[in-house]
Design a binder for this molecule. Structure first.
Ligand code: HEC
Ligand code: HEC
Length: 554
């Protein structure tokens, strides 16, 4: 008893001391899952895929609790209570994997493209939510922190021959077209609003769901984290009425721009962003051929000639290093870290890039009409390659042999490029990463490599077109369709659906989405499905069909 009293005293003194220093809780940790893999690395690529799948990039800290990290055990407990309507006796039965799957986080049995020589990763928590126990060197404080990693957005379910998603086997590097960070953020906010004030109930739930929780962590949650959390929730409810001052996106599309503006203090205090444009998550195949990054090509290494062709000999270490420095900056909006932390993790991004140079998406699992491939290949070479890149002559797995870095306007929705204005570019350049990035508001969109395009629906930068078949037939593009937890249509290549008689492309009644679905209405701000039309105009139906078969190979 005496020992406990002493420890409590020590803890209270410690917290008081930290508060006095003005840095209440400056704790940081690293991903437990990554640490357990580290001893088995045989190459830089092993490190790369492991870092991509499970690396924290410095984002597990008490600092990021203010941006995108969460105190893991409290978050899970609040969400579980929400599900049982506060019934403590039922929380033990809540299926945590299934709960996170509703937001599009994977809890697979296997990573299908994991290297065979590397030990199997810990898949006991949702992939893309990295966790670690942050503790103090001499004070008895500890808290398990979770934050998003690359794999939250850049890992997909695999697909079977008929386009059915296989949630048990996922593929790192393919786009998670179901990740729904807005649904996740609103569920957290609502659960904390309802149960955050009931410290007793929440901590009991933590004890039930995580019986291994140490005494130190329980006390830290009770004395330090919960009061801070309660204060934050009240404040955010008062100022924005939501967790974040902007929408975090739609299934498969995220709001990197507002997240970045928030980090750069470009959103006025207390203001809520009413109009946002989202970015559909791409496949990462052969992206290292680009000379600039992002849909609107805002980021390029200083001095790089944005629009000059990339040839194989340009893909040297210098190029990869420059690209890695740009990619490290992605953690500022996506994980809520500071520029300093991002800079300290450029090496991690270099390892990721080493792996990405060897990455291939899942081979198209459905049927391919091989008799059409040659025609498709020649149509691609004649009509598409000048913008999307020249692929070699393979009719198995074509690979890029040159990439033009084409940047321009093909008439697609302009909101995103307009919102990515000079104020954003200037703020990036003025910050620490001005050394690595020369940001520019281009007022245009880049033509991306089409590697992995078969599994990247919905299409265009804003995810406004459900299939490649519809993309090629602009007058048939639907006004509405449903994304999130969807199956694929292996013939039209994209999201499975059927015409509903009102210009919509809707899932059949038998369809049960594996995650929360959302209806996309292309008349919504930023979601316009127009543009990229003349590129298909002079193609015959036969040419379009053949081209579609060929695109399945990329
Ligand atoms: C919150 C979701 C999210 C997370 C987390 C995330 N990304 Fe992305 N990523 C995106 C989206 C959306 C795009 C497309 C953005 C665009 O093109 O404007 C993208 C684009 C990319 C690209 C291609 C860029 C291009 O222009 O072709 C690379 C490479 C990439 N991400 C790597 C990473 C790495 C490495 C991590 C982890 C450090 C990461 N991403 C974390 C959502 C995410
Ligand atoms: C004049 C340059 C140009 C030509 C030619 C061109 N495209 Fe594109 N393409 C673009 C641009 C720019 C984008 C990005 C537009 C956006 O997302 O708003 C794009 C986007 C796409 C996308 C969506 C990519 C994604 O990740 O969602 C596909 C698919 C595509 N093009 C296929 C083709 C095919 C097939 C051809 C040949 C018939 C072709 N394009 C010809 C410039 C071009």
């Amino acid at each position: 008893m005496k020992r406990i009293a002493f420890a409590v005293l020590l803890l209270l003194c410690g917290i008081a001391a930290l508060l006095l220093v003005g840095k209440p809780f400056d704790l940081r940790t690293s991903s437990t899952a990554l640490a357990s893999l580290e001893p088995a690395f045989q190459s830089e690529r092993d490190r790369g895929i492991a870092t991509f799948g499970f690396g924290d990039f410095g984002a597990l800290s008490t600092d990021t609790l203010k941006t995108s990290a969460v105190p893991w055990k409290l978050a899970v407990s609040a969400l579980a209570l929400q599900q049982t309507h506060g019934d403590l006796n039922a929380v033990g039965e809540v299926d945590i994997s299934a709960l996170f799957r509703t937001f599009g986080f994977h809890s697979p049995g296997k990573i299908a493209n994991w290297p065979s020589g590397l030990s199997e990763p810990d898949l006991s928590k949702p992939v893309g939510l990295n966790t670690g126990l942050a503790s103090h060197d001499f004070l008895p404080t500890a808290v398990t922190i979770a934050n998003t990693g690359c794999a939250a957005c850049h890992a997909s379910v695999t697909y079977t021959a008929d386009g059915t998603p296989d949630t048990e086997r996922i593929w790192l590097g393919m786009p998670n077209s179901s990740i729904n960070l807005e649904a996740y953020a609103s569920a957290l906010f609502s659960a904390f609003k309802t149960y955050g004030d009931d410290s007793g109930l929440l901590l009991e739930t933590v004890q039930q769901l995580f019986p291994e929780t140490t005494w130190q962590e329980r006390q830290t949650l009770r004395i330090a984290i919960l009061p801070l959390l309660q204060k934050e929730i009240v404040e955010r409810q008062k100022t924005f009425g939501r967790l974040l001052p902007f929408s975090a996106g739609l299934p498969g599309a995220t709001n990197g721009l507002d997240a970045l503006k928030n980090q750069l203090d470009l959103i006025p205090d207390g203001a809520t962003v009413e109009k946002s444009a989202f970015n559909s998550i791409p496949d990462l195949g052969e992206r290292h051929w680009r000379r600039s990054f992002l849909n609107s090509a805002v980021y390029a290494p200083p001095g790089s000639d944005l629009q000059s062709e990339t040839r194989p000999e340009d893909l040297d270490n210098k190029h990869l290093q420059e690209m890695a420095s740009v990619i490290a900056y992605f953690t500022v909006p996506s994980m809520g870290v500071s520029g300093e932390v991002a800079e300290a993790h450029i090496e991690d991004a270099e390892a990721v890039l080493q792996w990405l140079t060897t990455y291939r998406p899942q081979p198209f699992p459905g049927q391919i009409d091989r008799t059409q491939l040659q025609l498709g290949q020649s149509v691609y070479a004649a009509k598409c390659s000048r913008c999307h890149g020249v692929y070699n002559s393979s009719l198995e797995t074509p690979e890029l042999i040159s990439f033009p870095n084409w940047l321009g306007d093909v008439g697609t929705d302009r909101r995103l490029m307009e919102l990515t204005d000079e104020s954003v570019a200037e703020a990036v350049n003025a910050g620490l990463f001005g050394r690595y990035i020369s940001a520019k508001s281009t007022g245009a969109y880049a033509a991306p490599p089409l590697t992995g395009i078969w599994a990247s629906a919905p299409y265009l930068h804003n995810g406004s077109v459900p299939t490649l078949w519809h993309l090629m037939r602009p007058d048939q593009r639907p006004h509405k369709f449903v994304v999130g937890g969807h199956s694929l249509d292996m013939k039209k290549v994209g999201i499975r659906g059927q015409k509903d008689g009102n210009g919509g492309w809707m899932p059949g009644n038998e369809h049960i989405p594996w995650s929360l679905a959302a209806e996309i209405d292309v008349s919504t701000y930023g979601l316009g499905a127009q543009g990229h039309e003349s590129e298909f105009k002079n193609l015959t139906e036969d040419q379009k069909d053949a081209l579609l078969e060929y695109l399945k190979l990329l």
